[in-house]
Structure formats: structure tokens, C-alpha cells
Design a protein around this ligand. Structure first.
Ligand SMILES: Nc1ncnc2c1ncn2[C@@H]1O[C@H](COP(=O)(O)OP(=O)(O)OP(=O)(O)O)[C@@H](O)[C@H]1O
Ligand SMILES: [Mg+2]
Length: 443
């Protein structure tokens, strides 16, 4: 479990990077294994084989020197040997040998070479691989003194071992480039789908066409079908509500006309007020039906939107306290009419149920919230979800004398928030004691 978490945290978050990792990790591992096994083993073996041949030539020269009749004879015979063996050989009887090895730490093949020479020749000797990287200087002890051999290094070491590395790195670079190009093309349809789904969640319909691998295309097609179904349902709801509202309006108008012809009296007055109430309800239905994003997002300053709502309330003789918290200020992409209507509905509710009402605009870099609080009776927790549903009025008796809402205010506000990728929550106001409605919107 712990390991899994560690792994999850270590993994890159994006699909592209993950796929890249899955693809490239085996390639890199394979390369490392090949590099170690092949270069180390194979080139090591080749170096040892070639060195062995040279070692026998040196041994032959050593024998020749030791079997010669005299020092000058030895020198002469060495000179004759040097040409067919292709080595530079001299006798240096006066210099003493300090056995040892001069080798750079990077020189892997040099290590195998020196190792093999020492093993085959089995005499005290000094090997110098550092003085010249193309020539090996070798002092071997003989009975006639030091034998100096200068051996071209290429006779003992496999040529150009780095070429293999170059080929390996080059080909894996080409492979990786191809893989990255392919991956990009595979990931793009997924990214497009995510973008379209996110936009639809916020109430915008982006053009989208399923592309890519079969599974991704299937997901895209499913998303399109789902989007079409939701759009169809919204459209049906809108059409039904507008149709009903519209059709009811005509007989209502007729009743009102008929009423105007009648003698005015207490009964006609009552009927007239009922008609007015029905018309108000129909207006609410229509507004709810049209609520789904009739207006397009535009840059709006939320502070001035809040100030306008407060000013409207003041004109109606009601005081709403306005607070603005956090930042940064400035315009935010919002649906102006939809948002304003949502906040207005919350304020209307607060004014209807409470005496003190406060509107707080809370800003943060990612989101903004309109918080409406009042000192009214509030809504008990178990009824809050119900209150958000359309056509629900809690406690009919309590509301009766306030001149009939239809129970759409909170539903419209919730719709407005959801259509913009936000939300609406109800809870208790800590310092006013009534309801606190919080409408959040992403920035
Ligand atoms: N601030 C509040 N304090 C107490 N109860 C509330 C508050 N706001 C809403 N409610 C309750 O929630 C119910 C639903 O509110 P909603 O705004 O959806 O409808 P409404 O106000 O009855 O009608 P409409 O807003 O459509 O005119 C209300 O009937 C009311 O009982
Ligand atoms: Mg209301």
C-alpha cells in the first residue's frame, strides 16, 4: 500500500507524460542492459583475444633476446623481428623497470588489455597507457635487461566501441521522437473530449467531433449522445413551460377584459388581485423556462453588480448591507442577467423572511461567491434540499400572507449557478441567525 502511494505520487499526472514514461522506460532499460552486457562482455572479450595474440609476439621477442648469443646479437635479432611483427622493439638494458600500470579510470578496454598482457607474459613489466592514447608502451624484464615495446593500441583493442553507443542512442532518439509524435496524436482527442465535457458542464456547447482510437471515439460519441439528450430535455422543458404560460395568458387577458366591463365592487377587486397573482406566477414560469443561459458570458464587475442590487433594494425602501472581501477585484466572465437574477432571488427571499439582510461578495483568485444572510427563521437542515427544488414552497401557511411566491426563486438561482459551473448551498448564518445562501461561481 505504501509503495503504491509512493508510486502514484512519483508518476507524472498527465496522460501524455505517463504514456511517454511507459514507452520510454523499457527502451532506456533495454539500452542500459545492452550497454552493460554487450559492451562490457563483448568488447572485453575481443580486447582479450587480440591482446593475447600480441602477448605471444612479445613473448617470442623476449625468447629471442634471451636465446641470443650476445647483447649485440640480441639487438640485431630484435631489429629483424620488428618489421614482420609490426612492433617497435628495442633493448634498454640500463634502465631499471618499476613494474606497474598507468591507466586512466575511464579506460575500460585498457584495463582488460593490461590484465591480459600481465597474465600472458607473466614477467615483471611496466605498462603505460597514459602517455599516448594510440600507443601502448610496455617494458618487460628479460635476462638481458628491459625490453621496450611500442605497440599500436588498435592491434589490441576492438575498434570504435563508441560507435555502437552512438548508434544505440541515435536510434532510440529517433524511436522516441516517433513515439512522441504518435502519442501527441493519440492524446489530443482525449484532451478535446475533456475540454468539451468541461465546457458543457459550465453550460457552453463547444463544437466537438469524436476522433482517435476506437475507445476514445466511443467515449466521444457517448458524450455527444448524452449532450444531445440533455439539450433536448432542457429544450422540451422550456417549450412546455413557455407553451403553458403563453396559453394561459390569453384566457387570463380575456377574464381581465371581462372584469373591466363589470361593475366594480369587492368581488371584482378580489378577482383582479387573483389575476394579478396568476400573471406574476406565469412571469416566474417563463423566467424559469428561459433561465438556461439566454445571455452570453461577458466580463462583469461583480462588485458593481452587487452594488446595483443593493441600490435597487434601497429604492424599494429596504436596506441591504454590502460587504466585499478578498480579491483580486475586476471584471469576471459571467452571464450578467442570469447571475443578477440569481442573486436578486436570494435577496428577495432574505428580505421576505428577515429584517436585517447582508450581501457579502467574497473574491478569491479561482472563484467568487455571493453570500446572502438574513436574521429570519432560516430553513431547517433536512428541508434545504427540498427548498432548492422548483415549485417547492416550504410552510405554505407561513408564506401565504406574503403574497405568493411560486417556489422557483431558489431553483432559478441554483440553475444559474450550475449553468456557469458553480453551485448554491444553504446553511445557517453565524452572526445574523437566519438563512445563509452561498452562490459560488468559478472565475
Ligand atoms: N431566507 C429564507 N429564510 C427562510 N426560508 C426561506 C428563505 N429563502 C427561502 N426560504 C424557503 O424556501 C422556499 C423556496 O424558496 P424559493 O425562493 O425557491 O421560492 P419562493 O420564495 O417561495 O417563491 P419565488 O421565489 O419563486 O417567488 C420558500 O417558500 C421559503 O419557505
Ligand atoms: Mg423566493
Amino acid at each position: 500500500m505504501m509503495e503504491m502511494q509512493w508510486l502514484r505520487r512519483g508518476l507524472p499526472r498527465g496522460l501524455f507524460n505517463r504514456a511517454l514514461l511507459i514507452l520510454l522506460l523499457p527502451i532506456l532499460l533495454l539500452q542500459a542492459v545492452i550497454a552493460v552486457v554487450f559492451i562490457q562482455r563483448h568488447f572485453d572479450g575481443v580486447t582479450r583475444q587480440m591482446t593475447e595474440a600480441v602477448a605471444y609476439e612479445i613473448l617470442y621477442a623476449v625468447e629471442t633476446v634471451e636465446n641470443a648469443a650476445s647483447l649485440s646479437d640480441a639487438a640485431r635479432q630484435l631489429e629483424m623481428l620488428a618489421v614482420p611483427l609490426g612492433l617497435f622493439l628495442t633493448l634498454d638494458p640500463d634502465t631499471p623497470i618499476t613494474p606497474g600500470l598507468k591507466l586512466g579510470f575511464w579506460d575500460l578496454s585498457g584495463r582488460a588489455l593490461a590484465d591480459e598482457l600481465a597474465r600472458r607474459i607473466a614477467r615483471p613489466m611496466a605498462i603505460d597507457l597514459m602517455r599516448d592514447d594510440k600507443v601502448v608502451f610496455l617494458h618487460v624484464a628479460t635476462a638481458r635487461g628491459a625490453l621496450l615495446a611500442e605497440i599500436p593500441r588498435r592491434r589490441m583493442v576492438a575498434a570504435n566501441p563508441h560507435l555502437l553507443l552512438v548508434w544505440m542512442l541515435g536510434s532510440s532518439a529517433v524511436l522516441s521522437a516517433i513515439a512522441i509524435a504518435f502519442l501527441r496524436n493519440q492524446i489530443r482527442p482525449i484532451r478535446d473530449l475533456a475540454r468539451a465535457a468541461e465546457a458543457f458542464g459550465k453550460g457552453r456547447t463547444l463544437p466537438f467531433r469524436p476522433r482517435g482510437a476506437a475507445e476514445v471515439r466511443a467515449a466521444g460519441a457517448a458524450f455527444l449522445a448524452m449532450r444531445a439528450r440533455i439539450e433536448r430535455q432542457i429544450e422540451q422543458r422550456t417549450r412546455m413551460l413557455t407553451g403553458v404560460s403563453h396559453d394561459l395568458r390569453t384566457p387570463l387577458t380575456r377574464i381581465r377584459l371581462a372584469l373591466a366591463m363589470m361593475e366594480p365592487g369587492p368581488e371584482t377587486e378580489e378577482i383582479a388581485s387573483d389575476i394579478a397573482e396568476m400573471e406574476r406566477m406565469l412571469d416566474a414560469f417563463l423566467a424559469f423556462a428561459r433561465g438556461d443561459g439566454q445571455d452570453e458570458p461577458a466580463p462583469v464587475d461583480p462588485a458593481s453588480l452587487a452594488a446595483r442590487i443593493v441600490a435597487d433594494a434601497a429604492r424599494m425602501g429596504r436596506e441591504v448591507e454590502l460587504r466585499i472581501e478578498g480579491g483580486p477585484p475586476g471584471p469576471v466572465a459571467l452571464r450578467p442577467a442570469t447571475t443578477r437574477r440569481a442573486v436578486q432571488n436570494l435577496i428577495d427571499n432574505a428580505l421576505a423572511h428577515g429584517r436585517r439582510v447582508r450581501l457579502t461578495l467574497r473574491l478569491s483568485p479561482q472563484a467568487l461567491a455571493f453570500v446572502v444572510e438574513d436574521d429570519g427563521p432560516g430553513i431547517p437542515p433536512e428541508r434545504r434540499a427540498e427548498a432548492l427544488r422548483p415549485f417547492v414552497r416550504l410552510d405554505e401557511a407561513r408564506n401565504q400572507d406574503r403574497g405568493g411566491g411560486v417556489g422557483l426563486g431558489l431553483a432559478i438561482a441554483l440553475d444559474a449557478a450550475r449553468a456557469q459551473g458553480g453551485g448554491l448551498t444553504l446553511d445557517d448564518s453565524a452572526d445574523l441567525g437566519g438563512l445563509r445562501a452561498t452562490l459560488t461561481l468559478p472565475r
